[in-house]
Design a binder for this molecule. Sequence first.
Ligand code: SF4
Length: 481
Amino acid sequence: MHSSKKVLLVFLPSESGVDGARSLYSENDNISILSCFNYSLRTIIKQSQFAIPPLSLMILSSIEMEGIEQSICDMRFEEFPFQKSWDLVGISVQTGMAKNAFALADTLRSLGISVVLGGPHVTLFAESCRPHADVLVLGEADDLWKKVLTDLTTGTLKHLYQSDSFPDLALSRPVMKTSLRKNRYFTTNLIQTGRGCQHSCDFCNVHVLNGHSLRRRAISDIVNEVVRFKMDDRRIFFFVDDSINADPIYALDLFRQLTPLKIRWFGQATTTLGQQHELLETFARSGCQALLVGIESIEATSRNAHKKNQNKAGELSLAIKTIRNAGISLYGSFIYGLDGDTLETPAAILDFISDTRLDVPGINILRPIPGTRVFERLREEGRLLFDPLDITAYRYTFGQEMLYSPKNIPLDAFIESYSSLTRKIFTIKKSIARGIEAPRSKPAVLLFNLFYTHLYNLSRHDLQQQLKRKPMEKTILPYDE
Ligand code: SF4
């Protein structure tokens, strides 16, 4: 009798953020009060189950096949299990974590373990990944992973798996949670109703990776998944779609069918929801507690410069008030430092937050993600602060690092104004007030605001360190192809 092939799917932690607040600098210095505090808080954030499971690995580990045993290693919580023997290890690679992914892959391969690399970074930069992998999987892996597993069982693994088209999400593919350890996470009830985005915001890689047309799952599959998930985890549901209201007719049908199940849920939407009155009421009735909306900028020039065109700057405030009035708390995500922004922008953001009473404001710095149009443009304009060829330098942090020079504001003045903005928005007093005033999920709103008060402290600390350590003349000249 043949024993099963053991397959491990690995998810790596990011440098900072909700994986655990971490200064990019202080923990490399001598032990200090700040580094001890950061370490303690990082542990608290982890143990408060802020993290959500890696959905892509949940989907792949749900593929059942005779002769294959799959499990997940979430390295945000555990070490790599070197003591066990593995026939194949798949690592999900995000840009910014690529160095760590490559180091792990190299170690595993030196031990004779076959490694598959997949994920956004591999899809966009396959050639740079090739030296670190036995197998590359490019693009959405729903169908390709089945082929990899089949070839593993027959000993015919290929070096590359790639498809010309996106997977048909209308096919039934039940997602299982058996590989997850439930109490590690804020919730294990992650649901994706579709993929793709019809918009083209230039800082976003969703439309680059998942295409411009919306692909939807069958509503009956989603309803069945919700029923099944609810049986072993009664916590909140998270609809992970980038824009759950992108197809209002589909969303109306879906959430009407989910209403009798009496779940509580949160998700991500565009502010257009404020004009979709029937859908908004249905969301509220079906148990929607909170939504993340990408406001990005309230400056019309910035919205135009970055192709954020789905609604006009002047409509944002009314839309946000309408959604909150329907009883849904809002996390509003801004980016300060876009190409139309000036030193007047922070005051306008402060006014906007106080006018709309946003429950959790997220004040981000633009992160030029390699592979996006904005990355290419900043490279051509000579505004990237790190070597554009070292794409792993463009990591995710919690507003702790400037990766580019803003167009209209000198870098040091920008850092001062960004720091002053986050200092004004995030105080303990304001966090408590926002928690009390939130239409729903008051404890979660309070918790987010308190964590952000700390995280933006780290942001200010690290940006000052960057100013001291990286002279501004390090700006890279335009890349010559
Ligand atoms: S930012 Fe949102 S709306 Fe814009 S392209 Fe990305 S997913 Fe679509």
